[in-house]
Design a protein around this ligand. Structure first.
Ligand SMILES: NC(=O)c1ccc[n+]([C@@H]2O[C@H](COP(=O)([O-])OP(=O)(O)OC[C@H]3O[C@@H](n4cnc5c(N)ncnc54)[C@H](O)[C@@H]3O)[C@@H](O)[C@H]2O)c1
Length: 268
């Protein structure tokens, strides 16, 4: 069996983590190309066996089986449409970018027209299989709570007149729906967006963003109630050693999605 050909978009904390695991995988293994921004400092960190790519033409010539974005919201706008136009499947970690309804509609239309596909991983969250199962329930209420320590929200706390170093009680920074949360915190919405897209959509997904001095990690709590029962899910993620803003588990979630993509048995 031939090695699987993957292109990673970006080579930061998550992609670096993922690449290390992929390059260690048993036969048939993976061959990696990495699309970098011009002049990117990440180029020095690329393992020797990875092929640096600088544009869509080089990406097309590399002929990947799958493209994996781990670069940020702007990269979804800049690079994903071209990949879909080439008919390629693209695994997107910056799911929050899809809160922009016009962007999502245009990516879906491009994928349909050219035979490409958008694949969305669980990322820092879990339980999306259950949320997908209840998405059409007639009595569904879905709520997501993000709880992070003050260091994660310094600027926002200061803007509200709080001193992040002297917070002695939790502060609710936001309470509303996932569409509004996206507008308020575009870079922090990947988890809420994944939940909204798996479930009943952005307007019908409730979001609370809480800054809590008593918490150390990034905690996600999801409650789904419907006529079928209740799911109450709590996840406390450790931050990535190379980027405290990202959860360490995300690279492993992408790995799990890649394994599913190539597997003869798919768990949905
Ligand atoms: N789905 C989830 O649960 C989840 C969780 C955490 C992070 N994320 C997403 O993953 C992204 C990457 O996270 P990270 O911790 O690796 O970030 P990072 O900052 O460590 O790395 C991002 C890398 O991408 C590069 N980059 C930016 N724009 C690019 C472009 N247009 N083309 C190529 N490279 C580009 C940057 O130079 C940087 O090296 C985040 O921006 C976030 O959107 C998703």
């Amino acid at each position: 069996m031939k090695p699987r050909r993957l292109v990673l978009i970006g080579f930061g904390a998550i992609a670096g983590d993922l690449a290390a695991t992929l390059l260690d995988a048993p036969q048939p293994g993976y061959v990696l190309g990495v699309l970098l921004k011009p002049g990117s400092a990440s180029r020095q960190r690329l393992p020797q066996s990875c092929t640096p790519l600088s544009d869509l033409a080089e990406l097309a010539a590399f002929a990947p089986d799958l493209v994996v974005e781990a670069a940020g919201h702007e990269a979804v706008r800049a690079s994903v449409p071209g990949c879909l136009t080439l008919g390629l499947p693209v695994l997107i970690s910056s799911i929050g970018a899809l809160h922009d309804a016009a962007l999502l509609a245009s990516l879906v239309a491009t994928a349909r027209e050219h035979g490409g596909r958008l694949l969305l991983p669980s990322g820092a969250l879990g339980g999306l299989d259950y949320v997908r199962a209840v998405r059409h329930a007639s009595e569904l209420t879905l709520r997501y709570e993000s709880r992070k320590p003050p260091a994660a929200w310094s600027a926002e706390l200061k803007a509200l007149g709080h001193d992040p170093d002297r917070l002695d009680a939790p502060v609710t920074l936001f309470s509303g729906n996932a569409r509004e949360a996206a507008a308020a915190y575009p870079q922090n919405l990947n988890v809420a967006a994944a939940l909204a897209l798996a479930g009943p959509g952005f307007e019908a997904t409730g979001v609370d963003v809480i800054c809590d001095p008593a918490t150390t990690g990034n905690t996600h709590v999801v409650t789904a109630r419907s006529e079928f029962g209740t799911m109450h899910l709590a996840i406390a993620n450790r931050p990535s050693p190379s980027n405290p803003k990202s959860s360490w588990i995300v690279g492993r979630s992408l790995l799990a999605a890649i394994e599913q993509f190539f597997a003869p048995v798919m768990m949905l």
